[in-house]
Design a binder for this molecule. Sequence first.
Ligand code: 9MR
Length: 448
Amino acid sequence: MRSAPITLLLSAFLCTVGCSDSGDGDGGETASVGATGGTGGGATSGAGGATTSGAGGGATTGAGGGATTGTGDTTTGTGGATTGTGDTTTGAGGGTGGSDGTGGSAGGGSARVPAGSASTLREAGEKANPPILIGAAISGGGLNDNNYKRVAAAEHSYVTAENEMKWESVEPQAGQFSWGAGDNIVNWARQNNMKVKGHTLVWHNQLPGWMSSMTGKDNVTAAMRRHITQVMGHFKDRIDSWDVVNEAVQTDSDTGVGNPRMRPSVFLNQIGEGYIDLAFQIAREQDPKAKLYYNDYSIDARNAKVDFVYNMVKGMVERGVPIDGVGFQMHIGPPNNEAGGADVAANLKRFTDLGLEVLISEMDINRCGGVVTAEEQLAYYHDIVEACFKLPKCTAVTFWGINDGRSWLNSWSGALCNGQQSSQSLLFNDQYQKKETYNRVMDALLGK
Ligand code: 9MR
């Protein structure tokens, strides 16, 4: 298994706040040091692990493993040794260390068991235990193409509208809603027995001018409340998960490097940082059962941006803000970050240690500019999907599109495709044939 990128961007090394895993008690990652007694264990305590025997994960003391129970985790990690009982509630990592130092990489309770075989990605996800959703960004234009529809429905169980539920699409004029494009996608998804994630309620981008130029805290708060309430209300019982807030953090570079901070927007500027908590609270009032997510890019592995997001989300959990999970967009390569499987695994796990669900929410791997080679792309697809699959609390892998020719990257400034080259970023070519990237994803879903 390939675990680290050859072409590591600087961002991978920049670790400012909260980067250390020892403070998180992140069991799996510290496994290799377990030979001297194990250092992993609890999700929040960073304690646990046997201290004398080198068996880690509570072999002699019973102290390794779960955050609050102090028990090891025999199922997901080998470090739990004989005394561990697992801790499914906290999602804490298993014991670490032990004689082979391989403990607890999955964390979050029992490991996910792969299907024995599957003929589609969707089937591999559905037959896994627990199941994992396999998603795709779907565009209204794509649904005019029979081949696109056929592949999309056969291979996926989860849909995100690529643009059709964004603010400018659903509320182009103040208080006047337009549901047609979003309804088309939801209706098609339901006909094909697919779940839908709503994308996205509060975002600085693709906002109509009347909204982005609004002034006054009370005005913006009222507009945000109306938007969340109306949009979630319209799709209620047809959409059960939402990207409530999208991309609220920025850095000096889109790779997540340098000076992480809250991103200026009409919401931040007029309401203040509290707009994020408020958006989640309004969403929860509107739908007590929906899964509510924070979603962002270039937070996939290790850099200043994800440490900032980690602390932001941790604060939300501690304040009792109703957030259910975090979406890691996983746009790999220009203009975004590059992330190896091992770093992604460790990063996802520290968020599940907060008790949250995690999702890969917009995955693609851009080859334009030669920054990511063909070989690296295959390894990343396998290892990153594997990282999610191995974490039971990683509940979905969504790819940002179906076929290369329709990828947003082909024409996006900064993606180095210059509107001429294909980004070759997805799992299907323009004839909707499976690429080798597809095979590597399938392998990861089948535990190979
Ligand atoms: O794929 C989307 C593209 O068609 C739009 O032009 C673009 C506009 O901002 O948004 C793209 O989708 C973005 C998603 O909504 C949020 N994360 C980043 C995605 C790629 O830019």
